[in-house]
Design a protein around this ligand. Sequence first.
Ligand code: COS
Length: 385
Amino acid sequence: MDFRLSDEQELIRRTVRDFAETHIAPIAAAIDEQERFPVETVRQLGELGLMGMNVPPEYGGGGTDFVSHALAMEEISRACAAHGVIVSVNNSLVCWPIAEYGSEEQKRKYLPELAAAKKIGAFSLSEPGSGSDSAGLQTVAVADGDSYVLNGTKAWVSNGGQAQVYVVFCRTDKSSSKHRGLSCLLVERDTPGITVGAKEKTMGIRASSTVQLSFTDARVPRANLLGHEGQGFEIAMKTLDGGRFGIAAQAVGIAQACLDEALRYAQERQAFDRPIGSFQGVRFMLADMATNIQAARWLTLHAAFCRDTKQPYAKWGSMAKLFASRTAVECADHNVQIHGGVGYTRDFPAERHYRDAKILEIYEGTSQIQRVVIAEQLLGGSTRG
Ligand code: COS
């Protein structure tokens, strides 16, 4: 067993950390305050090859492994959680299913521009009436000549306000059982009949762009069907299996930012004539943060390693997301607590991390859904009610 990173993985981590510290961290507070999608840095991330890291080089991607992706996600999210989700969605939820299930023509058409961030992608599974219950979605696509006619409403579409390409899950067969009638379409933004809703007013990750999407008789070419009809649920589940350790890495990055700041403040801030870091109450919080972050990091990298080495990874990805997202929420709480009153102001990043961290326990599968997935892997369906 060897826990060391390869030279290439170390290089990727160092390069991304340098970029994130120089270009992303300095704008993180401002784009949060202004709720502004960071177009310029996302373009630079595309130039660095970080928007399609795992896409094969013949389709314009970085061709890197998933451990490297997790390392990059951690470093980007340590600087700014909103950048983290933008990168994660494009890589894991858009480029990956196209690379995995796309036809040669679809891969050539979409992947190079997505990987270079010339186009941004979004993943559109949830609806106002179905979040955790993905198979309950109601958006319908009816085949008509060489098109599908798409009708319905999608919710919580991360990157949705900026995206030009949407991976949309819909029902193509109403007579089939719930999940078997689903399919997946690649929908371009300029398709007549699409309405991109207003940006949601979210608690955190406010620089990302989460919207509702509505389709009214939107005609999508049949050539844009990803995989085959009825394969939509499988594509959604496998895509989420892969996306979850990316979100775990985002959580590790946010948690690490909290620890970095808490350590600094604990050494600077004086109370009762000594640094607050000399008090056991503060030291124990710091020790818990560091321990949980390291455990979350290893769970995350282990899930990525299993994926790289073609071993089953869904259970590990869900465990990583479950544990790392809780760790991020707890670290954000401790960081505010250690900062005291100033931690509650917008003059310090502690309150931003506190707001950003909570979404980790909700998107790409709530913590309750992660437990469902883990238990399913442990016990199978035999004990389900
Ligand atoms: N990979 C491949 N196949 C999978 C799978 C996976 N990860 N998970 C389930 N399946 C298959 C099952 O094996 C089953 O196959 P059969 O057709 O042979 O029976 C089928 O899919 C249906 O599975 P299941 O009965 O478990 O589906 P449910 O509708 O009960 O849903 C959960 C299962 C809850 C795990 C799923 O709906 C889920 O992950 N929900 C969360 C969605 C989510 O993360 N939303 C956030 C959106 S992104 S912001």
